[in-house]
Write a protein that binds this ligand. Structure first.
Ligand SMILES: NC(=O)c1ccc[n+]([C@@H]2O[C@H](COP(=O)([O-])OP(=O)(O)OC[C@H]3O[C@@H](n4cnc5c(N)ncnc54)[C@H](OP(=O)(O)O)[C@@H]3O)[C@@H](O)[C@H]2O)c1
Length: 227
């Protein structure tokens, strides 16, 4: 049975990944900061185990790794993320929030990968997926602003490029995904994509992704995003 672990699984895109993978018979490890307050996750049918994980806390990541021991993880889906500087411009920077953005969006997935790479190496599929953003593309930045969010996703992309090189000998592949502009708490009501369509698109991209393509930066529909 294929096992997928999802971070930030209690709402938005993460929750929809859990719903769809569970409905298709995958074994799902759904992680979130507060499992006691994750009613939507509790309602998902299927083989779903909910475990606590705050990606910004070393101890929380270590506890998850301990709980999962040598359990194989086929797809490690680093979804948890935060957009903390919407509408904040030059002259208004909040450096604590900028630092927090890096802690969640860059160090978070790296902590999780460092702790669980052995579990992924033990699996058949051996795939690391990262929810990044087109806003982290330097080539595509025509709008400016969002310094903390943009720079954190660009740094994530750079770190994952190194990971892809270092992990190739272990046949572990890395995929950076832009989900589109999606109607979630983060994307807001005006977003152009339903979460269901974004996730089903990303699942098709994940399904067909091969080690030889690692690392790729792709949209939910499989198009390439410029770095
Ligand atoms: N929506 C979009 O249009 C869009 C576009 C481009 C990229 N993305 C990326 O897609 C991913 C998911 O976005 P979304 O739209 O689903 O966002 P969302 O609705 O705001 O959900 C964010 C998720 O991340 C979790 N999270 C935040 N900080 C965390 C931490 N320290 N430890 C563990 N979990 C944490 C949240 O948990 P809590 O409930 O505990 O806060 C929540 O489950 C993010 O990486 C985002 O940057 C989204």
């Amino acid at each position: 049975m294929t096992t997928v672990l999802v971070t930030g699984a209690n709402r938005g895109i993460g929750l929809e990944f859990v719903r769809q993978y569970a409905a298709d018979g995958y074994k799902v490890i759904a992680t979130c900061r507060d499992p006691k307050d994750s009613k939507d996750l509790e309602r998902v049918n299927g083989d779903v185990t909910v475990l606590p994980l705050d990606v910004a806390e070393d101890d929380s990541v270590a506890a998850l790794a301990k709980a999962l021991d040598k359990q194989p993880i086929d797809i490690l889906l680093n979804n948890a993320g935060a957009y903390l500087d919407r509408g904040v411009g030059l002259g208004e920077f909040d450096y604590a929030k900028w630092s927090q953005s890096f802690d969640i969006n860059v160090l978070g997935p790296m902590r999780v990968v460092e702790a669980l790479v052995g579990n992924v190496a033990r699996s058949k599929r051996k795939l690391l997926v990262f929810l990044t953003s087109q806003m982290g593309s330097i080539a595509d930045n025509t709008g400016g602003g969002s310094y903390a969010y943009r720079s954190s996703k660009a740094a994530l992309n750079a770190a994952v490029k190194s990971l892809s090189i270092d992990l190739k000998p272990r046949e572990i592949a890395c995929l950076l995904l832009h989900p589109g502009w999606v109607r979630t708490d983060m994307g807001g009501k005006n977003a152009t994509l339903e979460v269901r369509d974004s996730v089903s698109g990303m699942r098709r991209v994940i399904e067909s992704f091969e080690l030889e393509q690692s690392v790729a930066f792709l949209r939910y529909n499989g198009e390439t995003v410029p770095w």
